[in-house]
Design a protein around this ligand. Structure first.
Ligand SMILES: O=C(O)c1ccccc1NCC(=O)[C@H](O)[C@H](O)COP(=O)(O)O
Length: 219
């Protein structure tokens, strides 16, 4: 099971999470988030985990192509996560400019709006670039992510049985308590959490991260 701990804010936490065995660290460049970091801090984090076998995922919300490209010139990211309203055309242009970086496209779903993802993927096929992974997060009218709200697992699982979608990363309100149940219900490729392993907004708890990763591995 691929595991991403999102919203790492400093080098010490990055080392702790990488040493505990996470597959990926999310570096958040979305200014309104309590988990947002500067490019300088992202550089310190990259340096701190350069010897670990952990992927660095850059998290963007409606950034411009130029902004993403500039950040990628400074930091050696392994994947890009688009968590806003980025269009299929945008994905195609990004893939043209940064062809070696796999794309995770996040969707915030309510009970009934998985149909719109199917339509989005058809548009991607028309534009020439499908996301390499889908991240499905819970919907909130107030925020793009990191809300702690749980996504509708049963609906997601049902959809994945019948469609040829990119590998699924499940997010949204995952905690050490519910992650095993979520994996059993959805059977995703990977899981992602931000607030579910924090002691306060943006502050990762070693105990919660360790417990989350342990229960994920057992599931
Ligand atoms: O974490 C944030 O603050 C955030 C803000 C805006 C867009 C995305 C954000 N996080 C992206 C993630 O990948 C989170 O892990 C995902 O939204 C789940 O968050 P949570 O429900 O807190 O586990």
């Amino acid at each position: 099971m691929w595991t991403k701990i999102c919203g790492i804010r400093d080098a010490e936490t990055a080392r702790m999470v990488a040493d505990l065995g996470a597959s990926a660290l999310g570096l958040n460049f979305y200014a309104p988030s309590p988990r947002c970091i500067s490019v300088e801090t992202a550089g310190e984090i990259a340096e701190a985990v350069s010897k670990n076998d952990v992927a660095l995922v850059g998290l963007f919300v409606n950034h411009s192509l130029e902004d993403i490209e500039t950040i990628c010139q400074d930091i050696s990211l392994d994947l890009l996560q688009l968590h806003g309203d980025e269009s299929p055309e945008f994905l195609a242009k990004l893939a043209e400019r940064l062809p070696n970086l796999p794309l995770i496209r996040a969707f915030r779903v309510r009970e009934a709006n998985l149909e719109s993802i199917a339509a989005y993927l058809s548009d991607c096929d028309r534009c020439g670039k499908r996301p390499d992974y889908l991240l499905i997060d819970a919907y909130s009218p107030d925020a793009f992510g990191g809300t702690g709200k749980v996504a509708p697992w049963a609906v997601i699982q049902e959809y994945y049985q019948f469609t040829e979608w990119p590998p699924l990363i499940l997010a949204g309100g995952l905690t050490p308590e519910n992650v095993a149940e979520a994996i059993a219900a959805v059977q995703p490729f990977g899981v992602d959490t931000a607030s579910g392993v924090e002691s306060a907004p943006g502050i990762k708890s070693e105990e919660l991260v360790a417990s989350f990763l342990k229960r994920t591995k057992k599931a």
